[in-house]
Design a protein around this ligand. Structure first.
Ligand SMILES: [Zn+2]
Length: 111
């Protein structure tokens, strides 16, 4: 794929974005910006929020892993190749999902 510089730039941007988001999520979980509630009802609400935040954090971490993997594959020249069949991933697909590791056929087969 000829345009890996652009892809790398947008992936780096995406990664910075995810790291910032993850930092924010993590500090939310630690309640750095708010006092821990002593009231029981409030505490229950806070616990519930923590679970939502945990799920968000997990999704963000997974996305970050995918972005890092894509960046690594740019470095070793494997970017844009399907990890299953080895064929080139369609450029339109990469525009939508720059860190996809499978071509459309393989991705839809595994889903
Ligand atoms: Zn494939």
């Amino acid at each position: 794929m000829a345009d890996t510089d652009t892809v790398r730039d947008s992936l780096m941007e995406k990664r910075a974005d995810l790291v910032t988001r993850l930092d924010k999520i993590t500090s939310d979980v630690r309640h750095e910006n708010q006092p821990v509630e002593s009231d029981f009802a409030e505490l229950a609400v806070q616990r519930e929020n923590d679970q939502v935040i945990d799920a968000l954090g997990e999704a963000t971490r997974q996305e970050l892993t995918q972005v890092n993997r894509a960046l690594a594959s740019i470095e070793n020249g494997e970017y844009g190749c399907c990890s299953d069949c080895g064929r080139e991933i369609h450029v339109e697909r990469l525009k939508v999902l720059p860190y996809s590791t499978k071509c459309l056929q393989c991705a839809s087969r595994s889903e």
